[in-house]
Design a protein around this ligand. Structure first.
Ligand code: NAI
Ligand code: MG
Length: 486
């Protein structure tokens, strides 16, 4: 009988849970409107849960049309009376203050992010929260230097920005949206995702403590109807949206013909390409990080692996091996690699694709890890023998699922990589710089990583081609969508 080594027994760690005792999550949160927390006009609320335990964390106000209207008016008033007239260097000081306060409260933010969204604490602690602070620091620096950002052109702020964000990087997406908008002199109404409102509301506390003038930032919790009311409000000048391609298209339709400008950051189906000269151990680690990081709830996740035929068997064997040592479970445990799926709905979507992939003829492979009884969980999954026409190769799954295909020539790999409706990101693994440059030129993707994956920095622009959306966030490019060129 074949003896199967159980790595999880061999390498068992003692539990190492992060303490949550220091984190104050209020039982109820209002809308953050014109500098104060207040109930929704209708009095309606909804609950947010911990997807790892299904336990209720808090109850938050549900913003309707009248609240959206009040928030847009507050933002307009703040734009006219305080934020736009303010010397740019002073706007910068407020942004620096927000950045420092996020750093000071970073443990609290990390724990709240993990409890509300299910991502491993090591990711919220080491990636989400530090990067959110870094974005505020970075754009704080630009606030009084816009004439250097656009040296030959006069720019003015647009006015009021309506910003709608998803549940996969709640605080980080709020920072990506708010920091450049404020640095350019705009005011903001932000709508967090319904499943993960808590860190945006904690950011509202920071904004209050930092003493920003009332109405400069308004945070309205609610669902898609709240988002739609914001997009359709005649008083906003700009829409910034990150989320599904379906909603991105709706937004584009509803603002067509209006004065409103938009940036849309939508889905992805990134290919990670391993060439036969690649350092394979490093590549395998990068592939694992690319798709299993944050449970695959990442628009730029490396959800497709294209591996050159000569090294395919070795790479697949190494991937299967590595899957056995990934730790799935309690997101609050510092050793956890894969946390909880963000919601019951998202788990249903992913499970639908697991079934579909098998029906389409791909071969499923999952490790035998045990899963907690409560909460929403998905084992890291490989689909072998996937083909270009499979829906698991074409569609965004947004879960820990990797579709694997092989190729012979580099030309073939490029054609396969580009052959989806999306074009957000891609990865290349090879020993040769010349091959990297050949591929990066020909891949239709907004971001291409070489011999690494999922690296983010506030100085570097991010955004897509095709159905992945348009406009760039981050870096100098990220200022452009928040100014008018006179
Ligand atoms: P979604 O696009 O419905 O939600 C994103 C945000 O848009 C949320 O704040 C939501 O309340 C808001 N929204 C929903 N309908 C709206 C409307 N008509 N007008 C204005 N705002 C609206 O995404 P959902 O349902 O949470 O996830 C579905 C799929 O979308 C996922 O399975 C994934 O494939 C993709 N997705 C992509 C993301 C990305 O980072 N590009 C992030 C989240 C989801
Ligand atoms: Mg939640």
């Amino acid at each position: 009988m074949e003896h199967k080594l159980n790595y999880n027994d061999l390498w068992a760690y003692a539990p190492a849970p992060e303490d949550s005792g220091h984190v104050n999550i209020r039982d109820r949160y209002g809308l953050f409107l014109n500098g104060r927390f207040q109930d929704a006009d209708s009095g309606k609320t909804f609950e947010t849960h911990n997807p790892a335990t299904e336990v209720r964390l808090s109850e938050v106000a549900f913003a309707g049309e009248t609240d959206v209207d009040a928030a847009v008016k507050a933002a307009r008033n703040a734009f006219d009376k305080s934020w736009n007239p303010m010397p740019p260097a002073d706007r910068g000081k407020y942004l620096f203050r927000i950045a420092r306060m996020i750093q000071e409260r970073s443990r609290e933010f990390a724990v709240a992010e993990t409890l509300d969204g299910g991502k491993p604490i090591k990711e919220s602690r080491d990636i989400d929260i530090p990067l959110a602070a870094a974005h505020f620091f970075y754009y704080a620096g630009w606030a009084d230097k816009l004439e250097h950002a656009f040296p030959t052109r006069a720019v003015t702020p647009m006015g009021v920005a309506g910003q709608i964000i998803p549940w996969n990087f709640p605080l980080l997406m709020a920072a990506w949206k708010i920091a450049p908008a404020l640095a350019c002199g705009n005011t903001v109404v932000l709508k967090p995702a319904e499943a993960t409102p808590l860190t945006a509301l904690k950011l509202a506390e920071v904004i209050q403590d930092a003493g920003l003038p009332d109405g400069v930032v308004n945070i309205l919790t609610g669902d898609g109807s709240t988002g739609a009311a914001l997009v359709n409000h005649p008083g906003i000048d700009k829409v910034a949206f990150t989320g599904s391609t379906a909603v991105g298209k709706l937004i584009q339709n509803s603002i067509a013909g209006s004065h409103k400008k938009a940036t849309l950051e939508l889905g992805g189906k990134a290919a990670n390409i391993i060439l036969d000269d690649a350092p394979l151990n490093q590549a395998v680690e990068g592939i694992i990080n690319g798709i299993f990081f944050n449970q695959g709830h990442v628009c730029c996740a490396g959800s497709r692996l294209l591996v050159q035929e000569g090294v395919a068997d070795e790479v697949i064997a190494k991937l299967k091996d590595r899957l056995e040592t990934l730790r799935v479970g309690d997101p609050m445990d510092k050793n956890t690699d894969i946390g909880a799926i963000n919601s019951r709905e998202q788990l249903n979507t992913i499970e639908g694709y697991l079934k579909l992939g098998q029906e389409e003829g791909a071969q499923i492979h999952q490790p035998e890890c045990s899963l907690p009884e409560k909460g929403y969980w998905c084992r890291p999954t490989l689909f072998l023998n996937a083909t270009q026409s499979h829906r698991i190769v074409q569609e965004e799954i947004f879960g820990p699922v990797l579709a694997i295909q092989t190729f012979r020539s580099v030309d073939e790999a490029i054609e396969m990589a580009n052959n989806t409706p999306y074009g957000l990101s891609a990865g290349i693994w090879t020993d040769k710089g010349s091959r990297i440059f050949n591929l990066t030129r020909r891949l239709r993707a907004g971001v291409v990583w070489a011999n690494t994956y999922n690296q983010f920095d506030p100085t570097s622009p991010f955004g897509g081609y095709k159905e992945s959306g348009f406009g760039r966030e981050g870096g100098l490019h990220g200022l452009e969508p928040y100014v008018n060129f006179d």
